[in-house]
Design a protein around this ligand. Sequence first.
Ligand SMILES: [Fe+2]
Length: 301
Amino acid sequence: MFIKDYNIDNSISLEECVKNIRENVDPEDFGSICDASIYLRMLANNRTFLYEKLSAELFLLSKGESVDLRTPQSIQVYDEDTFYIRANIWPKINRGQTVSGHEKNLFSYEMAHDHNFHFMTVGYFGPGYETDIYNYDYNKCLGFHGESIDLTYIGREKLVPGRVFVYEGSKDVHIQREPSSLSISLNILFNPKEGKQKQQYRFDVKNKIISGSLNDEISCRLFIMDVLKEIGNEKTCELLLDVARNTNCGRTHVYALRAASTFMLNENTNKHFRKEFSRFFEDRDPVHAGRGSLDESGRLY
Ligand SMILES: [Fe+2]
């Protein structure tokens, strides 16, 4: 986590910010992102670009056309292969309303979570949210729900206007607190070169465990396997074994094997697949070494 209060009055346009980020940031290099956060800070000094962007979308609405918002909380400002820029809205929750629980989830308030990418953010409008920050070692986790995690509490910080936070992907964990009134942050989010190959987790910080996953690519992939495990057939089993064989992702490998193992419990399962499955337990291929595997009872080890 990098936090900086830049004392700077210079303002730049969205186009200048994009150019500087493109030329100065390696999305894999957290240090280069921290160094370039001054450009986001200068964009935050530009008090017209967001107003103009939203006014243009309101104009489309006034003509009966649709606008493309990612979520009600997030306004897409700019997008290219390696990074994208968003304005995030942090409203105050309506107390006593039946929707308040849903709103809390929608705006990720009070939910400890990490991100599987680096991103920088700056306070743009309003008092800003407070956030409790922890960190952990992604590579020491297997990723199952209920797994004990060595979470370290770093402290509570507030994203006041002009302050910059840079969150380190798959390391920093944070809990957003509802601001005292509507606040807006500007974010630049970086896509890892090989795609988002890590899971994003929710955490129970009191008990220091993983309490769930978020809508990352791996979690969605594992969810497909969960469903097919219930409604699939031998063809599914064959596909799961191919997934386990070909994936570069350790979690996907283990999960596919675990899902395939459920078909092996069926007496009617074709002997060919039983044989295919058993080959994994004999597998000494170094590519699969260190990924974790299954014991005879299907448990992850
Ligand atoms: Fe977050």
